[in-house]
Ligand binder design. Structure first.
Ligand code: ZN
Length: 399
């Protein structure tokens, strides 16, 4: 398997780079125009149509194919939207950027980017980037520049780790539950809600009658919110992938789809409730875990979220809501009451196990040890689960 990652660093202001980014943007827009005119979005066809037009723009030849491929991506997205019956705007790149996968070199602390024939621009890489790039197993694939940032894309070949167990991850608004029938870990995410709430207060606190300043202020706040949320989730995802690597476990997720549709206007929900749930970044944790797990060779699988918190993980019977505590669920058959997130994570692990470790033909026989153990009614099963609660905001780890 090939795993990819990118390293981002700041670069000092450089007029030559700025002009290159501006030219690159114009070239992409030029290609988009040609693509729209001839109604094509394939690399081959667009290359034939626009390759020689790009000669006069002033960039080195190595950038030309990248421009065309960028334009192809944008055109394909545009076509897809039209196919879906939407009415998208005419595509146009507004921000200057530069990307290339040919002709650049990295030599210890210097990265040279083609600028004019035999006259490259050198960029000084910082210690962090140098440290990562010093790994001989990595291959540098491309770089992208936007504003004062450069990201270098690296990839490596990873080998899949043979796993013996599986953990299910249940994502909720206030916690992330990771577990199987042996151990359950709760990661509290209450902090994310308070970060979000603080941002809303800060937005409301802007009183100046200046539309331009207001937009800038909102944009900065949004960026800060995103950075803080990501940083917080990075701590959790790092811990989860680290645990999975030491215990050799497969990670199973619910394949959540259509979450935003559930909290639309007109669904008989309150304004505040909808705002809270629509601000929930459920996908970010999955994205981080997916790439981190791929990087170390841990498989990530997805299961259908249907009925994960409706069936008992021990006997498979339908369970009821506990009347005393709404976060708990009660199984009449086993006579046990358990937290609904613990049940969900156990069910996800169970579902993934039965689906991905057995071929579909012999599902009739419960061959695996875990499967048979989970199927036999065992009253002490819930008692065996060790539950650990982790509050990331109080831990001193660096993400
Ligand atoms: Zn039961």
């Amino acid at each position: 398997m090939r795993a990819t990652k990118s390293i981002k660093q700041k670069i000092p202001q450089n007029h030559d780079l700025d002009s290159m980014m501006e030219i690159f943007r114009n070239m992409v827009n030029h290609c988009i125009k040609i693509g729209l005119k001839h109604n094509c979005s394939t690399l081959k066809k667009l290359s034939i149509l626009s390759y020689h037009d790009l000669d006069s723009q002033g960039l080195v030849t190595s950038y030309k194919l990248n421009t065309i491929s960028q334009a192809c991506g944008i055109l394909a997205k545009h076509k897809k939207l039209i196919r879906k019956g939407k009415n998208p705007k005419i595509p146009h790149v507004t921000r200057p950027f530069l990307t290339n996968c040919y002709g650049f070199k990295i030599n210890n602390s210097l990265m040279s980017i083609p600028y004019k024939p035999r006259q490259p621009i050198n960029i000084l890489l910082n210690d962090h980037t140098q440290k990562i790039l010093s790994d001989p197993t990595l291959t540098v694939r491309s770089f992208t520049m936007t504003g004062l940032n450069i990201s270098i894309c690296v990839s490596k070949e990873t080998e899949k780790i043979e796993c013996t167990k599986i953990v299910g991850i249940d994502r909720n608004l206030r916690n992330v539950t990771v577990g199987n029938d042996e151990k359950v870990i709760f990661y509290k995410t209450n902090k994310l809600l308070s970060i979000k709430q603080n941002t809303i207060f800060a937005r409301a606190g802007f009183k100046r009658n200046d539309h331009r300043k207001k937009l800038q202020y909102y944009k900065n706040l949004q960026q800060r919110l995103q950075n803080r949320t990501r940083q917080f989730l990075h701590k959790i995802s790092k811990q989860i992938v680290g645990d999975a690597l030491t215990n050799k476990t497969v990670i199973a997720f619910e394949d959540l789809k259509g979450i935003r549709k559930m909290y639309r206007k007109g669904n008989n929900q309150g304004n505040k409730y909808r705002k809270k749930l629509n601000g929930w970044q459920f996908y970010e944790l999955q994205r981080q875990i997916e790439y981190k797990a791929l990087w170390v060779g841990i498989p990530v699988v997805f299961v259908d979220p249907k009925r994960t918190s409706k069936l008992c993980p021990i006997c498979g019977e339908r369970i009821q809501e506990d009347r005393q505590n709404r976060r708990k669920l009660l199984c009449i058959n086993c006579g046990k009451s358990m937290d609904r997130d613990v049940i969900a994570s156990m069910n996800i692990a169970h579902k993934a196990w039965s689906r991905f470790t057995h071929a579909r033909d012999d599902t009739g026989e419960a061959t695996s040890e875990l499967f048979s153990r989970m199927m036999e009614p065992k009253s002490s099963c819930y008692g065996d689960v060790a539950i650990q609660i982790v509050d990331v905001s109080k831990c001193g780890w660096k993400g």
